[in-house]
Each structure stands twice: as structure tokens, then as C-alpha cells.
Design a protein. Structure first.
Length: 598
């Protein structure tokens, strides 16, 4: 097949559903797009693979309805060189086959997706994931793939009446003066080809489905930007807020009462307010604290800012629009007013379904389908955990439990497209919840989550993401402990230190974060006489197992002594960045540090 012509490419393989794969190849002669024209088994620098659209949806009014028409997806590789092999793998029930794989030009292939019969699927929500692997090696792509491969296509298929997702914009806050990407969710989007932000046209617009648009806005001045679709012809009521860099001052913020651990950290950049979950030795006294930057000064609770007791508080998350602070307890979600911390609603979880040891809720990620994805944990560290979906919009509802996991941790990007579940114990397939399909599926990554705390039941060292989900940093265990950065397809790009030795004394990585634009990783290291933040450049991935280049500009590493946020690396610590990426917020059991980034 390696010598197949572009014309013959369209006659190759057909992909059946349920995990079967088609192996197709094409020889691209003399159109290497900047390459040297030779075959290669290693990724090419600067190469990119894109799929458009990356999300595909089908619908049928009822099981007896006609088969929905097929849809096509374009796979673009720029630049390319030599012989390209494409391997297409389909999992899930929504897709009957993928066929008619044809070349559209020297850098683009078109694939046709055919949905399953509604009468076979029956009423409900169904999904498939199409994985496209591209390589220069062989028809099985058993060797190294080209840079950016594999890419995935999410397929959602609704049979019967479905409730469209509530309107959402994520991220709803961005950095002024910098272009950015957003995801719009709603309904009636299939015809949208024009999006404006405060009257300024988007740089690019892609209607991924009737319920999702991806758009890129240009560099704009600070302020509220009303969003218009097709000049107002398609209704959409969300707005983007852009905030300037340097909005808040550095500070060392005290606690009213020193916490035993940190139960969550969230930052409202619009109102310049930092929310910290404070865990007490008596869980009935756990609190949510609000620190606001007002009049050029940080206001400390409870004197000038509110603090509220939330018994058995486990975690915090802001809703995507910033209108609600979701405080999660052992058994419920408590919605707080972000300005006053007054309780707006308390919604208990549904029964645990009889799962042994499934004691408390612990991890929460807001997704752009109007849900919050929540995982639980056994208090003893023994037994399986599950996940729930909490509907943030009125009426507030808990649904579940679903699936089973072992000591899961969960994180997700600011654009709300997914929640990633990493399990503890033995190396296990990482899973992710797709806000587009509403279902959980396996990823290509297998690892065990590393916890520095015995028992591994608390939220510590959660997966960290950039705002678009193109970079994920997570600690893993596979023979040895490591902290690795992965791309959106869960391919390892490189690593950052898990620990170091300074004069023979261990210094361990206690927390980490990724800049919103995905260009840097930050790690907090704590050891004997050391408390510092180091930065690593993610723009040039060194490859699996290799450390990223450390950022050595003036100001790095950042010395946090004498006011180290925590007294030990294995104390639960939270760390995040402001939307412009210029300020770190670090909360430990001793202090909260607001740290400018050089």
C-alpha cells in the first residue's frame, strides 16, 4: 500500500464500528511542503495535524426514523513529507463505518462518517470516538507517529428528543491585549458563520455542530465584550470579559485560623476575588474564605471580607460564568454567592448505588454542557469510587452515580470541554468525560496517579491544564515517580522535576500549574531550607522522558522564604494562575501567597 497513488487512496479501507480499524496509506510525491522529501520515522519539527470539524453530531427523531445523512471530516497535515500512512480506529456505538478516505490535495484527506441505524441504537444518547493516526513508518503505524498524531473526532448521536445544552461561553474571562479561543454552547448554531466580540469580528469561526462553536477573538482592550452571532440573527446572551495584566498586587495573606489542609482554590478575575477552602481538624468547622483586592489593597477575612462555615467542605469550583461558587461537601453541592458567600442552594447527591466504601465527594470540574463533573472517594482508601453529574442551571439536580474508579483525581481546562480522570493504585487507563457527547471514554494514556500523602484519598496534585486543554501536567507512577506534560491527545511532550537534591537534601515538587496560554509550567518545590517556584518552557517539547528547558530569566527561581505557603511538600497545596498568566496564587497550610511572574 505504500506506493498507492492519491487517486487510488479513495478506494482504500472501510472502518466498522466497535473498535475495528482501517489501515490506509498514500504516497505523496514531490509535495513535501517544506520537508526534504525523504521518508522518516521521527516527528517533523513544526508539523501540525488538524481535523475539521473535531466534533460531529447526528440526530434522529425516533428509533423508526430514517438514517441521518453521512458527514465528512477533513484531516490536514502541514507540512508533510514522503509516504504518509493513515490508521483510523472507531470505538463506541454511534458510528456504523468510516469510509471514502480520499485525498483533497497534497496535505488534506477527507473521511466520511456514517451513523448507525436509529433502530439499532434506540432512544437515548450515544457516542463514538474516531482516532486518526498518521505516520511515515508502516500501515499499522506501529512506529513513531508524526508530530500531532493521533487526533480524535468526537461523535454524538441523539435518538429521540434531547434537551439542548444551556448557553455557555468558556472561558468567559480572558487576557486583554492577547488573542484567545473560546467555546460557545447553545442551540441553532449550524448556520453560524459570523461571531463578533464587542463589535469586533472573530479571527476564525467554526460551527462544530448545531450546539457548539469554536471561535478565536483578536487582541482587544480590557472590558466586557458582548457576543453577536450572524449579526444578531442567532440568539446568544453570553459575554466575554477581558482583564489586564498586573491587576493585583503581590501579597502574603494570612488565615484567620491556620487550616489543617486546603480544600480548594478559585479566582474570580472579574471581581478580583480569591476563594480558599480551609479544612479544619474538625470538619464541621471547615470554611470558605474570600480575599478581595479592593482599592489597591488585599482585604482579609473575616474583618473586611466574608467567611462562611461549610461543614465537611471538600472542594471549590467557580461556575463557568463566575456567577456561582460551587462548594462541594461530603454529600452535597452548596451554591454560594461569590460576592457575599451567602448560600443560594444546597443539593444532596443521589444514593451511592451500594458501592462499598464510597464515602464522600471530593473532585469537581465545571464543564460547558451546564454540568459539574464530580468524583467521589472511599475514606479508607479501599473500595471503588464513582462519578456524578450536577446540573448547575435551575432546576439544580444530581444525577448518577455512574462508572467505577479507583482513587480518582479529576481536572479539566477552563474551556469546559472535558474532565480528565486519573486513577491511583496500579497503572490504569486515564479516562475523560466529554462535554460534547456527555459520556466517559478511555484515552490512550495509562498511568497511576502519584500522591505524596499516604492513603491517597484527598485532592492533592490534581491534573493541571492550560485554558484550552492543549497541555496537561500530572504526576504519575510507572516504576518511578515522574511529573509529565501531555498534549490534547495524551502524548507525552516532556517532563518537569519531581524532586531535586540540594547539598544532599531532598527538595520535592509540592504543587504545579500551567500558564493559561500553555507556554510555561510552574512547580513549587519545598525541602529543608528551600521554598521556591521554578518555571519551564513548554514551547519546544523535548520528548518523552526528557526534561523541559528551565526558564532562567531574571527573577527565577522565585524564593518564597521566609513565608513559605506550606511547612511540607506533602501538605495539600493549591496553585493556579490569573487569566493573563502574570500572577500565581498559592495556598498552603501556612499562608496564601500572591506572586507576580517574571
Amino acid at each position: 500500500m505504500a506506493g498507492m497513488s492519491a487517486a487510488a487512496f479513495g478506494q482504500a479501507g472501510r472502518v466498522a464500528r466497535a473498535g475495528c480499524a482501517a489501515l490506509v496509506a498514500c504516497f505523496i510525491a514531490g509535495c513535501h511542503g517544506g520537508g526534504d522529501g525523504s521518508d522518516t520515522a521521527s516527528p517533523s519539527a513544526g508539523q501540525q495535524i488538524n481535523v475539521s470539524p473535531a466534533n460531529v453530531s447526528f440526530s434522529a427523531a425516533a428509533p423508526g426514523s430514517p438514517l441521518p445523512p453521512a458527514q465528512t471530516v477533513l484531516v490536514t497535515l502541514v507540512p508533510n513529507s514522503g509516504t504518509l500512512f493513515f490508521r483510523v480506529v472507531v470505538t463506541g456505538t454511534a458510528v456504523l463505518s468510516v469510509d471514502n478516505v480520499t485525498m483533497q490535495g497534497p496535505t488534506q484527506a477527507r473521511i466520511t462518517i456514517r451513523p448507525a441505524l436509529p433502530s439499532v441504537l434506540l432512544t437515548g444518547k450515544h457516542a463514538s470516538v474516531i482516532t486518526v493516526l498518521v505516520c511515515n513508518t508502516d500501515v499499522n503505524c506501529s512506529g513513531p507517529q508524526v508530530a500531532g498524531s493521533p487526533v480524535t473526532i468526537n461523535v454524538a448521536y441523539q435518538v429521540g428528543t434531547a434537551t439542548p445544552p444551556p448557553e455557555s461561553l468558556a472561558p468567559s474571562v480572558g487576557a486583554a491585549g492577547v488573542a484567545g479561543d473560546v467555546v460557545l454552547r447553545g442551540s441553532g448554531f449550524a448556520s453560524v458563520n459570523s461571531v463578533t466580540f464587542g463589535g469586533t469580528p472573530a479571527i476564525s469561526v467554526t460551527a462544530m455542530s448545531d450546539s457548539e462553536i469554536r471561535a478565536t477573538y483578536p487582541a482587544l482592550a480590557p472590558g466586557l465584550k458582548l457576543i453577536s452571532l450572524n449579526g444578531g440573527a442567532v440568539a446568544f446572551g453570553q459575554a466575554l470579559t477581558l482583564v489586564p495584566a498586573g491587576a493585583v498586587a503581590p501579597a502574603t495573606l494570612p488565615y484567620p485560623v491556620a487550616p489543617q489542609n486546603v480544600r480548594g482554590l478559585a479566582y474570580d478575575a472579574v471581581n478580583e476575588a480569591l476563594f480558599v477552602g480551609s479544612g479544619s481538624s474538625n470538619p464541621a468547622l471547615n470554611q470558605v474564605l474570600r480575599y478581595a483586592f479592593t482599592g489597591g489593597v488585599w482585604q482579609v477575612p473575616p474583618v473586611l471580607q466574608p467567611a462562611v462555615t461549610v461543614p465537611n467542605l471538600r472542594n471549590l469550583a467557580l461556575s463557568l460564568d463566575g456567577a456561582k461558587l460551587l462548594a462541594m461537601t461530603d454529600q452535597a453541592t452548596v451554591e454560594l454567592n461569590p460576592a457575599t458567600l451567602g448560600t443560594q442552594a444546597t443539593t444532596p447527591r443521589t444514593e451511592n448505588g451500594g458501592t462499598t466504601g464510597d464515602a464522600f465527594l471530593k473532585g469537581i470540574v465545571a464543564t460547558n454542557d451546564g454540568q459539574a463533573f464530580i468524583v467521589s472517594s472511599p475514606s479508607s482508601g479501599v473500595g471503588l469510587s464513582q462519578h456524578w453529574l450536577y446540573a448547575v442551571a435551575v432546576p439544580r439536580t444530581f444525577s448518577g452515580p455512574f462508572n467505577s474508579y479507583f482513587l480518582p483525581e479529576v481536572g479539566g481546562p477552563d474551556n469546559g470541554t472535558r474532565a480528565v480522570i486519573v486513577q491511583g493504585g496500579a497503572p490504569t487507563v486515564v479516562q475523560q468525560y466529554s462535554a460534547f457527547t456527555g459520556l466517559v471514554s478511555n484515552t490512550s494514556l495509562t498511568l497511576a496517579h502519584f500522591h505524596p500523602v499516604a492513603g491517597r484519598v484527598e485532592n492533592i496534585n490534581l491534573p493541571a491544564f492550560d485554558r484550552n486543554g492543549n497541555r496537561m501536567l500530572v504526576p504519575g507512577v510507572s516504576g518511578a515517580t515522574f511529573h509529565a506534560v501531555y498534549d490534547a491527545n495524551f502524548d507525552e511532550l516532556g517532563r518537569v522535576p519531581s524532586g531535586d537534591l540540594i547539598a544532599g537534601t531532598p527538595v520535592n515538587t509540592a504543587a504545579y500549574a500551567i500558564s493559561p496560554d500553555g507556554t510555561r509550567a510552574y512547580i513549587l518545590q519545598i525541602g529543608a531550607g528551600v521554598c521556591r517556584v521554578r518555571a519551564f518552557d513548554l514551547t519546544t517539547p523535548p520528548g518523552p522522558g526528557v526534561q523541559f528547558q528551565e526558564v532562567t530569566v531574571t527573577g527565577f527561581p522565585i524564593n518564597l522564604l521566609p513565608n513559605c505557603p506550606a511547612n511540607a511538600f506533602d501538605t495539600p497545596i493549591r496553585m493556579l494562575l490569573s487569566p493573563p498568566g502574570d500572577t500565581l496564587f498559592i495556598a498552603g497550610n501556612q499562608f496564601i501567597r500572591v506572586v507576580p511572574v517574571p
